[in-house]
Ligand binder design. Sequence first.
Ligand code: C2O
Ligand code: CU
Length: 513
Amino acid sequence: MKLEKFKDPLPIPPVLQPKWKSSNYTYYEVNMKETKQSLHRDLPKTTIWGYEGMYPGPTIEVEEGERVYVKWKNELPEKHLFSIDHTVHGAEIAKPDVRTVVHLHGGRTEPASDGYPDAWFTKGFTVKGPFFQKEIYEYNNPQSARALWYHDHAIGLTRLNIYAGLAGFYFLRDHHERLLNLPSGSFEIPLLIQDRTFHEDGSLSYPKKPETNPSGIIPSIITSFFGDTIVVNGKVWPFLEVEPRKYRFRVLNASNSRFFRLTMDTGQLFFQIGTDSGFLERPIGVRSLLLAPAERMDIIIDFSNMDGKSIILKNDAPTHFPIGDPVNPETTGIVMEFRVTKPLSSIDTSTIPANLGQINWLQANSAQKKRYLELSEERDRFGRSLFLLDKMMWDDPITEDPLLGSIEIWNFINTNGDDHPIHIHLVQFQILERRPFDVEYYKKTKQVRYTGPGIRSELGERGWKDTVRCPPGHITSIVIPFFPYTGQYVWHCHMLEHEDYEMMRPYRVIPPN
Ligand code: C2O
Ligand code: CU
């Protein structure tokens, strides 16, 4: 289907209003609902699932340390929008088709409110998963300013529930951020970027089976989803009219599997100021931004003196990053357009500060424990490809059990061909290095033989992170402090087709003695 580009203005999701706010706490209710929404001027309305009936969901804005309660309510219909593969872990036929649970990605959240995949619930909390603990989630927000996001995490359904529309932004604010004098208010814009495929009738299309399907199972999980249309904040290839001044963009790749490498057709620089989990120490000027699923970037674009110009935000990351098909320059290679057509409403006094704050860098020798965890490609009992974490399945006993207050180094040994974005709940971490190694030798002997020196992380990754790209043929090492809660969480690949099919493991933070 051919949809014209830059026909719809970029929507900005509204900020969610609390049901109750006092000096002690803030209380929100969020209803997940099915609705029809126009995603492009020339496309019939699309049935979506949205928090508060909106795709993407409303933005939640909180202050560091604010005590926030959210009642996430499932008001969805009984029938799913997509077909469900019941051979996938946790999605057995006996379970209800429409199950939801909400995870605040990047939050330091108590286990009972973290959106454990088996803590799902149905409409009216009628049926609940084995790990369900409470209806009202509690977020204490003990974190500095950053962009988190909330999304569905139901076991065996996450890829389909997020694809249906269940994702939104959650901005944490603090005093330090306000002192930085960054572009703010209407000059701070969230960009939630995804790929989708549509049927002629406007409905979302998600494959019922992989292109080659030796297993014969239908519906069957696919190894990764790549759509042919780019959607930003719920509009297909939108445009944004801007003033000739600086804007701050909070960029999130909320795709199922697609990586984005963003550039501007003017060749101008993005000024990156933050990562997944807060500010860099200093801004950096970069020509391209690489974002794996779930990664965020905090950037400033300077449109001053560009009156009348239009700038196209492009993407050139291949599928199955870094080895798959190149983008189509007419479709997946284009994200959106900025038009510098608005008159300057006031003098731009915002800044790109030379110093954004200090980061407490963790040294490798501060770690009490090192783990080596393989990311491998395997075959399931039907001959389908699947990816495992350290050759273990979701249901295998817990093997990662860090002590509360300890620091660990996790080394992800990637022996397959895909770059996997690994996300760990509860914590933030720093990247130590990525080091090439002999994959074939490792597969035969389980011994690591490095084939080159360690490579430092990219400039734009030198800050706190909660999701890390683990490229093929490399051992990616991260250093992680585990606090402030004990209890059971998960870590997983954030390509949703992988996490839904065994590339996810429980882990437990245990009390020291
Ligand atoms: Cu954004 Cu466990 O996920
Ligand atoms: Cu993966």
